[in-house]
Design a binder for this molecule. Sequence first.
Ligand SMILES: Nc1ncnc2c1ncn2[C@@H]1O[C@H](COP(=O)(O)OP(=O)(O)OP(=O)(O)O)[C@@H](O)[C@H]1O
Ligand SMILES: O=C(O)[C@H](O)[C@@H](O)[C@H](O)[C@H](O)CO
Length: 192
Amino acid sequence: MNTAAGDPRPPVGDSAPATEGSAAEPVTHLVVMGVAGSGKTTVAALLAGRTGRRYAEADDFHPPANVEKMRAGVPLDDADRAPWLAELRDWMSAQTDAGRPSVITCSALRRRYRDVLREARGRVRFVHLDGSVELLESRISARTDHFMPATLLASQLAALDPLDADEDGTRLDVAATPDDLVDAVVSWTSAG
Ligand SMILES: Nc1ncnc2c1ncn2[C@@H]1O[C@H](COP(=O)(O)OP(=O)(O)OP(=O)(O)O)[C@@H](O)[C@H]1O
Ligand SMILES: O=C(O)[C@H](O)[C@@H](O)[C@H](O)[C@H](O)CO
């Protein structure tokens, strides 16, 4: 990936200790997924702080054209998302190679997008932050510091494929507090 100066994306490899990676315990990557405004950044950042996992924000991996498209109120399509998903997958693979578990935010709306992320080396697990349309609308509308307009929520919900039973993931209701959501993720991961 490109790590040119000014690139906000975290570099591969830092001083955090490698804690996973044996054959018995593969390096795990938690993908905090869901539609815009579901709380991915809030929960993932808190989780990274609590667990020491490397953290990446998928919005930082979007090419500028994608961000401009969303800012203009136009939903991304599969072609827009393909290189972005591949970069996220490759970032997780590189973390695995460095022995570093991670947590990333990524809308990962469609099953086929998650299939790309699952191609990463290591174990990729999904935490779907879900909630009522009313709650999501109120949270996304209250936000003033983000490029994503509230009008795109409907397209995000239309694109969303909930986790299938065969996927390694869990669904959490975002009516809970961020702390309680992080507790729930930690319990879920501890249970294997
Ligand atoms: N569990 C929660 N309880 C109350 N407010 C929350 C909770 N989670 C997030 N929020 C608030 O909701 C708004 C949306 O959260 P956040 O930006 O983390 O969502 P997101 O899924 O990362 O959005 P996007 O995909 O658009 O970047 C923020 O203002 C955040 O402070
Ligand atoms: O797949 C997508 O359409 C995008 O990832 C969006 O979900 C936004 O980047 C994100 O939600 C930030 O608002």
